[in-house]
Each structure stands twice: as structure tokens, then as C-alpha cells.
Design a protein around this ligand. Structure first.
Ligand SMILES: O=C(O)CCC(=O)C(=O)O
Length: 359
């Protein structure tokens, strides 16, 4: 058991030593497609690129919020509402029965853009946190009036990634309270910040065991405009979502207990931390775990647009799945990590836990 743990620690170290180094590389201009493919996509390695979108009118137009409101005055957009800015995240259940924590999605409403922006900018007015986002190609559908302000794709990335246009282009407009919890996506992500700043914590796919991915019951916030209250409702029929258990920014009151529950994360190598500023692009490779926070510009919001390209389901993907499958215990429900050691966490047998659950 200890052997398995030290083998994994060896893997995390070797990946950093041989490939990733200790910080995210920065490029001063757009790479050629060949350089991007050879130095970043093939080795599955992030980078931040400056001066690649300087020609976008969006950089000067979008921070002027009255431009956005007038251009989008007739657009109906998807708005995500939560009580605290944490959507797609883990929340304790108010009446715990079997599971104590659920995976909660935001209350979603389709709203005229000017009203939606007003809610993003004034969280205190209705005591809610609004995040304009929808990961379904929303930029090209809901925000088509802004299409000429930026490129429809990132040309050098499109060429490097096989020539197909992005599968989805998404717009994100949020305030300082919106936070996206640790997760990974099966896409190559080119994430461009237009206004404000985004702070990313990044961990490579080789660190999957440090995320303690478990199955959580899915729940939904529902918001009533009348009472101004949120209700948290478990989905019916029950559905389970595998999600990362680690919250990297712990409030002092739970810090000690959370750190002891997730030692592989808190005692292992620090995640890569990077700030992506207005005018910069982060290349976030497929399957990398990421946690995102934001600092607004002087207008009170952060604006970003990301391009999701299909990933190659190649040998790296197969290796990753194999690695993930070694840690079978982390995918089970009701598995109380606080009661086990690091070695237990790595060696726990799925059938044992299932049997325990059945009893
Ligand atoms: O900007 C955010 O809040 C989240 C971005 C993200 O998770 C993604 O692009 O995959």
C-alpha cells in the first residue's frame, strides 16, 4: 500500500521535473501552429499567451458596459443564480439522510441582457450572485450581436488541433463572488480574458488521485423572485455526479478537518497558480483539473470568452483512464475519507465498500 502511494508521489514529481517545471510558461506573441502543437498540445502542457488578441475590438469595446447593454438590448441570455457564487459545487445537505453532501447546479433563467448585467453588477440588491454563462456555445447563439468584436476561432490553435472549428465558444461575465470549483473537461480550452482578471489553480491529469473524485447526489438551486430565497432540491430520480471533493480555499473554521480529509492534495505539490489578465489567453489542456476565481475591472465585472476544441482520444487519454481506475475508492458514494489514511484511500477496494454500503 505504501508502495502505491510512493509510486504516485514519484509520478507527480517526475512529470514536474521532466515536463512541466514549476510555473506555467508565458509566450509574448501567438505561437505558430507547429510550435503550439509541438511544445504545448502534444505534451499536454499549459501556457499563457500575450498579444495574440490585441486586434480584437472587444478589448476596448466590452469594458464599456453601456456598449454591451445597447448592442445586446434585444438579446435573451442564460443567467446562473446562486446564493453565494458557488455553482457546480459541493454543498452540505440541510437534512442529511444517507449522503451528507450534494453536487448543486445553479438556478438558471433566461433574461434580457441589460437586466442580467444589472444583477451581475449589484449582488447586494437582491442578495444573490449572478453569473452570465452557459457552456453550450452561448457566444455564437445568445451573443451573436457581438460576433464581429472578436475572432470566431483562434486560427493557430485551429490549425494545430486538426483544422476543425471549436465545438463551442462560451462567454463568461461574472463578479468577484463567482467561483468555479475544481473539475476537468474533455476539451482543449483556449481561454481569453477580455476585461478584469481570472485566477486559475491547475493540476495535471497525473494528479487525479489528489482530487478525491467521488459520486455525489445531484441537486439544483431553485430561486423564488417573490420571497428572494433559494431552495436546494435533490434531483428526482436521484442521479449521481462524479466530482472533485477538494476545496482549495478553506475557511479557517473547517481548515484543519478538510486538510486531514484530503492529505494527498494538501500535503502534495502545490497546484500551478496563474493569473490571466485582460488581453491574454490561457491554453488549458484537456483533462487538466482547474479551479477558477476572478477579480473584476473598475466596472465591477470580469469578461472572458473561451474556445473549446475537441480533444484527441489518444494514448494519453487511455493512460489517464488507467491511472484513474487504480483509485477505485474515490468514486464511491458515502465514503468517509476522514476515517482513513492516505494508504487506505489509495488501496480501498470497491467491492468492500459496496458491501459495507449494502449493510
Ligand atoms: O471561468 C470560469 O468560471 C470557469 C471556466 C471553466 O471552467 C472552463 O473554461 O472550463
Amino acid at each position: 500500500m505504501e508502495k502505491k502511494e510512493s509510486l504516485l508521489e514519484g509520478l507527480w514529481g517526475e512529470v514536474r521535473e521532466l515536463s512541466l517545471g514549476n510555473r506555467i510558461q508565458r509566450l509574448d506573441s501567438a505561437p505558430s501552429p507547429l510550435q503550439f502543437l509541438r511544445d504545448y498540445v502534444s505534451p499536454n502542457k499549459p501556457c499563457i499567451i500575450s498579444n495574440a488578441i490585441s486586434h480584437w475590438p472587444a478589448l476596448t469595446l466590452w469594458p464599456n458596459l453601456s456598449y454591451l447593454s445597447s448592442t445586446l438590448s434585444n438579446s435573451i441570455v442564460s443567467l446562473h443564480l446562486t446564493p453565494d457564487g458557488h455553482a457546480d459545487s459541493l454543498v452540505p445537505l440541510e437534512n442529511p439522510r444517507k449522503e451528507e453532501t450534494c453536487f448543486v447546479s445553479a438556478h438558471m433563467e433566461r433574461v434580457p441582457f441589460p437586466c442580467a448585467l444589472d444583477l451581475v453588477l449589484n449582488p447586494e440588491r437582491k442578495n444573490l450572485v449572478a453569473y452570465l454563462q452557459q457552456q453550450n456555445n452561448c457566444f455564437q447563439e445568445e451573443y451573436s450581436a457581438l460576433a464581429s468584436d472578436c475572432d470566431a476561432h483562434i486560427p493557430w490553435a485551429t490549425e494545430a488541433l486538426g483544422g476543425c472549428l471549436p465545438e463551442a465558444v462560451n462567454l463568461w461575465i461574472g463578479n468577484h463572488l463567482s467561483e468555479t470549483s475544481f473539475h476537468k473537461d474533455h476539451y482543449e480550452n483556449l481561454y481569453a480574458v477580455v476585461s478584469g482578471e481570472k485566477q486559475f489553480l491547475l493540476l495535471p491529469p497525473t494528479d487525479v488521485h489528489r482530487m478525491y473524485i467521488r459520486d455525489y447526489p445531484a441537486a439544483q438551486y431553485s430561486y423564488s423572485g417573490g420571497s428572494g430565497e433559494f431552495r436546494l432540491e435533490l434531483e428526482k430520480p436521484m442521479r449521481y455526479v462524479p466530482w472533485c471533493s477538494v476545496n482549495p480555499y478553506l475557511p479557517p473554521e473547517t481548515k484543519e478537518i478538510e486538510m486531514s480529509k484530503f492529505p494527498l492534495y494538501f500535503n502534495g505539490p502545490k497546484p500551478f497558480h496563474c493569473t490571466v489578465k485582460a488581453g491574454e489567453i490561457l491554453y488549458l489542456p484537456s483533462m487538466w483539473f482547474h479551479h477558477v476565481r476572478q477579480s473584476p475591472d473598475d466596472n465591477g465585472c470580469t469578461i472572458a470568452i473561451n474556445y473549446w476544441y475537441d480533444m484527441q482520444f489518444d494514448i494519453k487519454y487511455a493512460y489517464f483512464n488507467f491511472l484513474q481506475s487504480i483509485h477505485c475508492g474515490s468514486r464511491l458514494m458515502n465514503y468517509d475519507a476522514s476515517k482513513c489514511t492516505i494508504s487506505d484511500a489509495l488501496s480501498v477496494d470497491a467491492t468492500e465498500l459496496e458491501a459495507e454500503e449494502a449493510n
